[in-house]
Design a protein around this ligand. Structure first.
Ligand SMILES: Nc1ncnc2c1ncn2[C@@H]1O[C@H](COP(=O)(O)OP(=O)(O)OP(=O)(O)O)[C@@H](O)[C@H]1O
Length: 643
């Protein structure tokens, strides 16, 4: 979103954010989209027991952007009180009077007094981080990510990077910036979905941290927890070497997975092996979050701080791990759409997760309560040796350790004659043929429904694909199935709820500020704690009037044009900065790297007072000049029309 230029609050400015009175203490910085302040709050935050908080103020230009922020806040709410996630306190949204149609959003969160991890790293340019420091940071951040992956369905952060870790007053490392969070994204089934996913990835991820399945969507793999694991591998590498492993060669290097370790600093072989084991092409072969944490703890020589919560297929399914990976993604997508959909579509009763139970359990696990699951219980799955435990009381099975993981993988048939392999091949063929015609048409499909979250104008789609499929993908950004979405009444103009829960701390109330003219009143929305049908929450669509969002009528064409332009700007700039960094990095020597401060890697350019350069029209990945030829074995993984 293009951030309008607005003045900063003066010290002492009083505001009301939800149920908190706020007094600005200091303007800290501006992020890509936000102004960030430290502030005094009343009442005191019971979690941190502190009256100092961080206030994030964001101007969002329209309702769709507001939905994105809503997803971010909902994610924070789900993860609140986790020790290694920046803790949510309160939030509030109001229609901004200064900018026509735009909204002003305030999010109160825990104040991380020691600033960003990147700043800390930059204080250690000469005297690089010690291995024990790296492991400590890595362990804590991994625990933050584990809290997301433990949810049912899991949440994928998608933008794990050095810049998104902050340091608290008590020296704890905390994950922040949940603006890219989504559910598992299943592989695309047609060109329209492919295009949607490509654009979504470019917009919401940082180039150097993208996993191979994100860079090459043609692989037909889901974007899931394992994509976060890859990002954690890049994160770990950067903690060690202050650069990313694919910095110089970019996407081609990500796709063939070749990287080297600098000679300096010298870390243990165990640590380097961990990085190697994370940065593997096949997502199935990457450790899950628990396995990763366990490996870190082993190097640290301490007990693993969490219990295993990884949900896997029951043993009766007779599916191999590759298929489990795919199926789990499909299930998660479904579960994001409808809890009932899972129950109706999964033949095996053991797969019917009690979502609310699991969530409560996952939350309690990560809030410090140890699981009561016995670690010595075992169960064999179809892959052969996997040690699992099926927790019948909660219908969740647990992977108990990484020990047999690699050997299972090696047992996975990768045979085209295998019926399951055939279905994957068919999927690839379908995508391939559609992608081929998509490329030939040489147009960028940015249909309104492709880029507009929570818009249900399917009837206008003329595409051959099932329009509901795209909608299904879009809903991966909606956190509706976590039972926290509000049932805000529609038809009342200007009313907006940023969060959606009725839990204490959330607020949809009017925000009386010192200058009341700045904000229009908001009314508290009704909310429920039940699993509701996301369809019920979609904005209505009138054929005559176009989309109507909570009663605010908008011109479809206007929205389409503005969103399209905004997305094109972002996508271009994101790619531009990646390429520019590549070129720049290629020119610099390793020696220079050791003393150069780390510059923040941005998904999209900031608007800190600078006007962005005009950028050429966006070219989808598949229309850009071909990268240098890849080794034959990689080409073989691509679809036939690519050749
Ligand atoms: N809770 C916090 N405590 C202390 N500082 C914070 C906090 N949250 C954010 N900041 C500071 O503000 C900066 C920008 O915050 P944030 O990344 O959330 O904004 P943003 O607009 O979403 O940025 P972007 O999307 O470009 O990363 C951070 O890099 C950090 O320095």
């Amino acid at each position: 979103m293009n951030q309008p230029q607005i003045g900063t609050y003066n010290v002492g400015t009083q505001l009301t954010v939800g149920s908190h009175q706020v007094e600005i203490v200091k303007y800290l910085t501006s992020g890509g989209f936000a102004q960030v302040y430290s502030a005094l709050i009343s009442p005191t935050d019971p979690h941190s027991n502190s009256n100092v908080a961080c206030l994030k103020r964001v101007i969002v230009p329209d309702k769709p952007s507001l939905n994105t922020l809503r997803a971010e806040v909902d994610a924070m709410r789900l993860l609140r009180n986790n020790r290694y996630v920046v803790s949510y306190i309160d939030s509030h949204a109001a229609k901004a009077t200064l900018h026509n149609g735009s909204y002003e959003v305030f999010v109160l969160m825990e104040y991380c007094e020691r600033g960003g991890l990147i700043d800390f790293m930059n204080t250690r340019l000469q005297n690089r981080l010690h291995e024990y420091e790296i492991l400590q940071i890595m362990s804590q951040v991994t625990q933050g990510v584990a809290a997301m992956h433990a949810l049912q369905p899991p949440l994928i952060h998608r933008d794990i990077k050095i810049e998104n870790v902050l340091i608290s007053a008590t020296n704890e490392y905390k994950l922040c910036d949940f603006g890219s969070v989504c559910g598992v994204i299943r592989p695309p089934r047609n060109s329209q979905e492919l295009s949607y996913i490509q654009q979504d990835i470019l917009k919401n991820t940082t180039a150097q941290y993208r996993s191979p399945e994100m860079v090459d969507i043609f692989r037909g793999l889901p974007i899931d927890e394992k994509s976060d694991i890859w990002a954690l591998g890049i994160f770990l590498y950067k903690l060690c070497y202050y650069t990313t492993p694919f910095e110089k060669a970019g996407e081609p290097a990500i796709l063939n997975g070749q990287f080297e370790f600098p000679l300096y600093p010298n870390y243990s072989e165990q640590l380097r092996n961990l990085i190697r084991d994370i940065l593997v092409q096949n997502p199935c072969q990457r450790p899950n979050i628990y396995e990763l944490l366990k490996r870190i703890s082993i190097i640290q020589n301490i007990p693993c701080p969490i219990d295993d919560i990884q949900v896997i297929q029951p043993p009766s399914s007779r599916l191999n791990l590759t298929e489990l990976h795919q199926l789990s993604a499909t299930q998660n997508i479904r579960s994001l759409n409808s809890h009932l959909a899972i129950e109706n579509s999964v033949p095996n009763a053991a797969l019917q997760f009690g979502i609310s139970n699991d969530m409560t359990r996952a939350k309690s696990l990560f809030n410090g309560e140890k699981s009561k699951i016995p670690h010595n219980a075992t169960l064999n799955n179809s892959a052969g040796n996997s040690k699992t435990y099926l927790d019948n009381s909660q219908n969740v099975s647990h992977v108990l350790g990484p020990s047999s993981f690699k050997s299972e993988i090696s047992n996975i048939p990768n045979n085209i004659n295998d019926p399951k392999a055939n279905s994957t091949a068919k999927l690839k063929q379908t995508i391939d043929s559609e992608a081929h015609s998509f490329r030939q048409s040489n147009t960028i499909k940015l249909a309104l429904q492709d880029i507009f979250p929570q818009h249900d104008d399917y009837s206008s789609s003329s595409d051959e694909s099932n329009p509901g499929d795209i909608d299904e993908l879009k809903k991966t950004r909606s956190l509706g199935s976590y039972s926290i979405h509000d049932n805000a009444k529609r038809g009342e103009s200007v009313k907006e709820s940023l969060t959606s829960s009725s839990l204490p701390g959330s607020s949809f109330t009017p925000t009386p500020t010192k200058d009341k003219s700045e904000h229009e009143s908001l009314s508290r929305a009704q909310s429920t704690n039940t699993v509701d049908n996301p369809k019920d929450r979609l904005p209505s669509f009138s054929k005559q009037n176009g989309p109507v969002f909570d009663g605010v009528s908008v011109s479809k064409q206007e929205l389409k044009d503005s969103i399209k332009q905004r997305m094109l700007d972002k996508l271009n700039s994101s790619e531009e900065s990646f390429n520019a960094r590549k070129t720049y990095k290629a020119k610099t020597s390793v020696q220079e790297d050791t003393i150069k401060p780390i510059m923040p890697e941005q998904r999209v350019p900031t608007s800190k007072g600078k006007k962005l350069k005009p950028v050429p029209p966006f070219k989808p990945l598949n229309l850009r000049p071909k990268p240098p030829p890849k080794p034959l074995f990689l080409v073989g993984q691509k679809l036939s029309s690519e050749k």
